[in-house]
Design a protein around this ligand. Structure first.
Ligand SMILES: [Fe+2]
Ligand SMILES: [Fe+2]
Length: 152
């Protein structure tokens, strides 16, 4: 079952028709971009819950969840050849940010999460807030799990 906080903080995003199209795009293996994004948001919440309990670090949960939901909002199939997606790893975070800006009013923290989530691949885009670091780590972890599962 999904963490209830996804709906609590991201209801408008999850109910948006364009956001629903993320179900049509594959991220890794058979995992869709929608499924991946929900997993990254949930994993981010688990990391932040752990940090709050263990280190008493608080974080802006709402912005973190919204940024995580939108971090791969690039809206194309990056597996399609010949469509200029060869540099997807380097370019999709900026594309996601552009799309997200068109459809939502983003806070600075949410923008930071989306734009910097490919650090350290995008080595110059260093996350500058705790929430962006958490989503970056959650994204790496989920991508690894999805890629390993794909190989079974
Ligand atoms: Fe990404
Ligand atoms: Fe991702």
């Amino acid at each position: 079952m999904r963490d209830a906080r996804l709906k609590e903080y991201g209801r408008d995003i999850l109910q948006n028709e364009t956001y629903g199209t993320l179900e049509n795009y594959i991220q890794h293996g058979r995992v869709t971009v929608l499924e991946h994004s929900l997993r990254v948001a949930e994993t981010s919440l688990r990391i932040s819950d752990f940090c709050r309990k263990r280190f008493r670090w608080s974080c802006r949960e709402r912005e973190m969840v919204r940024g995580a939901l939108l971090h791969d909002y690039f809206l194309y199939d990056w597996h399609e050849k010949g469509k200029g997606h060869r540099l997807h790893g380097f370019t999709h975070a900026a594309a996601a940010l552009n799309n997200a800006r068109k459809d939502y009013v983003l806070t600075r923290c949410e923008e930071e999460i989306i734009h910097k989530h490919m650090f350290p691949l995008n080595v110059t885009r260093v996350p500058m807030c705790r929430e962006a670091w958490i989503v970056t780590m959650a994204d790496k972890y989920c991508s690894l799990i999805e890629t390993i599962a794909m190989r079974k």
